[in-house]
Design a protein around this ligand. Structure first.
Ligand SMILES: C[S@@+](CC[C@H](N)C(=O)[O-])C[C@H]1O[C@@H](n2cnc3c(N)ncnc32)[C@H](O)[C@@H]1O
Length: 220
């Protein structure tokens, strides 16, 4: 863990406050002012070295992207990509996803990407999984009505767990693939982990889920 918190990484991040936003709570409910437009906002939680979010931002200039990553030493690689590409529709946050509601207002986010999230296989660590019920509650608070989660992983047990967790929460499954790289899904952008594990022959699982309309949940 000490390795992941190298001071040089924190220093580098601090030197680029225009890219890694230093006080995200100050932008809560006002992210569109920072981006200078009203385009939808998509976030990736656990952005890692940032390949996915950088390529998505390049390909979709009318969507604003925010990459969230806990560890500075990992996030610096995403920062390097942003420095190189200067994308006006991409910003990074060095924060913990458990504090999401400190940074985003209700309905501010349209879509959440969870790519190769840590599976935390031991049952006693279930609460750390980013598809655990408490996280689904948190996501619902910041997402628009009928907001989406797009999730992919190479871990079959984690995928199965997540499908059950989504279902028990009342989310609607709108897409599923049990072998993404051999499916007809178009436009897949690979993450660093996806490249690494698919090269080893691992199968990639992917799904899209949607929150039910809020009026439906309220029983109206
Ligand atoms: C297995 S890596 C996957 C990285 C990247 N998405 C990919 O597919 O290449 C998971 C990442 O999520 C980050 N992470 C885990 N829990 C987090 C949390 N609660 N908040 C923010 N980032 C988190 C980890 O630090 C790690 O970089």
């Amino acid at each position: 863990m000490r390795l992941r918190n190298k001071p040089w990484a924190k220093e580098k991040i601090a030197a680029y406050p225009q890219y890694v936003i230093p006080n995200p709570e100050e932008h809560k409910g006002r992210w569109n002012e920072l981006f200078g437009n009203d385009h939808p906002i998509h976030i990736e939680i656990g952005t890692g070295k940032g390949k996915f979010i950088t390529e998505m931002a390049k390909a979709n200039p009318n969507i604003n992207y925010i990459g969230i990553e806990l560890y500075p030493s990992v996030l610096v690689s995403a920062l390097d990509k942003l420095i190189e590409n200067e994308l006006p529709n991409l910003r990074l946050l060095n924060v913990n996803a458990k504090d999401l509601t400190n940074f985003f207002a209700e309905g501010e986010i349209e879509r959440i990407y969870l790519n190769f999230s840590d599976p935390w296989p031991k049952k006693r660590h279930e609460k750390r999984r980013l598809t655990y019920r408490a996280f689904l509650e948190l996501y619902e608070k910041v997402l628009v009505d009928e907001g989406e989660i797009h999730f992919k992983t190479d871990n079959q047990a984690f995928f199965e767990y997540s499908l059950v967790s989504f279902s028990q929460y009342g989310l609607v499954l709108t897409y599923v693939s049990l072998d993404l790289h051999n499916s007809d899904f178009e436009g897949n952008v690979m993450t660093e982990y996806e490249e690494k594990f698919s090269a080893k022959g691992n199968r990639i699982y992917r799904c899209e889920v949607k929150y039910p309309p809020k009026h439906q949940k309220a029983g109206l």
